[in-house]
Every structure is written in structure tokens, then in C-alpha cells.
Design a protein around this ligand. Structure first.
Ligand code: SF4
Length: 260
């Protein structure tokens, strides 16, 4: 792809924050650092599992109100459903790349019907056809980094620009890069607070919580896909294998870029 070709594509742009307040980066950073001392110091030096995600989410709802968003991959709905009681009507950002499994879209649709949550589809302004016209027919194979940047990273960056804080399902055991993640962090890239309430949980614990509380689980989880991304880049894995090994299998890529 040429630089000229890239310039021809509609690109995600940073949104102008809405009429509501948005505190300065310095103010938000101070909030993140204070919360990190409150939650992470206890978690890092004590027993990680002692930090109750509900306590973190109650703080998040009180502190950020409608300036809070939840990012959800639709592998399960634990984080948005945990958040809803503490932030009624919270926006749940779904990265609608256009390459998702139908099962993932089904979970998105079911979550959108859940009271207390507002599912927001976050999309690239360019269609898949427009991207393929410039990038070739299989951009997820020829340049997955660029494909992820255009269909995930840039659209999410634009969507997040209207909020003060975002909640994710990041867990330390997911990847080496996430091993040092905190419960509350200053997200310098986005100039906002990042909250990872399940950071110390295992995948098994997430699924047990979903079973106990009636949260949705993507049916692909029982079909050999313990980690679920876009269909062209997600493969089944053998039982007992690294759950993330089916993501961009055969390449060194382990992250789509939204948590880098
Ligand atoms: S996961 Fe694959 S299909 Fe989805 S945006 Fe990234 S490269 Fe493209």
C-alpha cells in the first residue's frame, strides 16, 4: 500500500468532547495516581484477590459518572454487567470491525437489550470494501498491524476522546505485556484513567463469575476458542494450550494495539 493510498481512506478523527465537563489531564492523572495507591498498593503487596471489583467499580461510577465508558470484546459480558449497578446507563464500546464471528455479534445484540447499559458500536469511517480497495483483499494477512490500527485502534482512540475514564477486561495473565497492569492506571496515550477491575483474575474465575451471575458467555468459548477476536485472526486451540495462542496464530503479533 502506498502512502497516497492511505491518505485516500477516510480515517478516524479525535472527537470534540461533548458539552459535559472533561477534567484536565493533570487532574485526571492525579485521580489515577491516588486511586492506584488506594487499590493497587493493596493488591500488589497483599493478596490480589482481596480487591473486590465491585469496590473499584463503585469508586469509578462515583468519580466519573457519565464520563465513564466500558470497552467490551463480547467474549463475555462480565465487566459491563458488573459495572451497570454502579454507573447506570454506562456506554459500552464495542469495536465493530466488520470481521467478527456471528456469535460475537449475537452477544453484542443480547447485551444491547440489557437494561442499564448503552452499547455503542465503534467503527472505522471506512468500509471493509474501501480498505480492501487500497490495502488488498486480505489486509488481515498482508498487514495485520495496519488492519488493526485502521479498524480497531484509531476508531477506539477517537471514541475514547469524549470520556475521562475507561474500564477494560484486561487481566495480567493474558499476555506478557499485560503482566504489569494495575487496577487503576494513568493512560498517557489517551490522556485518561484506565480501570482494569479484573486484572488479577484468571479466565476460569471470570467464567465462574459469569455462570454464577447469569452473565453472557460467547458460545465460541465452548467450541475451542478461549480467546476471541476477529474471525480471520482467531483460530481454535488445543485443550490446555495458551488461551491466546489462537490469536494471530503463526505470527509474532499478540496484541491488536488498543492496550499498548
Ligand atoms: S484482528 Fe485481524 S481482522 Fe481484526 S482488525 Fe486486527 S488484523 Fe484486522
Amino acid at each position: 500500500m502506498t502512502a497516497v493510498g492511505l491518505e485516500l481512506l477516510p480515517r478516524s478523527t479525535v472527537l470534540t468532547p461533548g458539552p459535559g465537563r472533561k477534567r484536565s489531564a493533570d487532574e485526571l492523572k492525579a485521580i489515577a495516581e491516588e486511586a492506584s495507591r488506594r487499590f493497587d498498593d493493596r493488591g500488589l503487596y497483599g493478596n490480589h484477590t482481596e480487591i473486590d471489583p465491585a469496590e473499584v467499580l463503585a469508586w469509578a461510577g462515583e468519580t466519573f459518572g457519565d464520563a465513564l465508558a466500558v470497552a467490551c470484546s463480547m467474549a463475555n459480558t462480565v465487566v459491563p454487567e458488573m459495572t451497570a449497578p454502579h454507573a447506570p446507563g454506562v456506554d459500552v464500546l464495542f469495536l465493530d470491525t466488520g470481521y467478527h464471528f456471528s456469535e460475537t455479534v449475537g452477544v453484542r445484540d443480547a447485551l444491547a437489550a440489557t437494561p442499564g447499559l448503552n452499547v455503542v458500536d465503534v467503527r472505522s469511517p471506512a468500509s471493509i470494501a474501501e480498505h480492501k480497495a487500497v490495502l488488498g483483499d486480505r489486509p488481515f494477512e498482508t498487514d495485520p498491524e495496519l488492519c488493526c490500527r485502521l479498524r480497531k485502534v484509531e476508531p477506539l482512540d477517537a471514541a475514547l476522546s469524549g470520556y475521562e475514564a475507561w474500564i477494560t477486561g484486561v487481566r495480567r495473565v493474558d499476555t506478557d505485556h499485560r503482566a504489569g497492569a494495575g487496577i487503576v492506571e494513568w493512560d498517557a496515550k489517551h490522556g485518561m484513567v484506565k480501570i482494569n477491575p479484573l486484572v488479577a483474575w484468571t479466565l476460569e474465575r471470570v467464567h465462574n463469575y459469569a455462570d454464577e451471575h447469569g452473565c453472557l458467555l460467547n458460545p465460541l468459548l465452548d467450541d475451542g476458542y478461549p480467546s476471541i477476536g476477529c474471525e480471520p485472526c482467531t483460530h481454535r486451540v488445543e485443550a490446555g494450550a495458551d488461551p491466546r495462542s489462537g490469536r494471530w496464530a503463526g505470527s509474532s503479533k499478540t496484541e491488536c494495539g488498543i492496550h499498548l
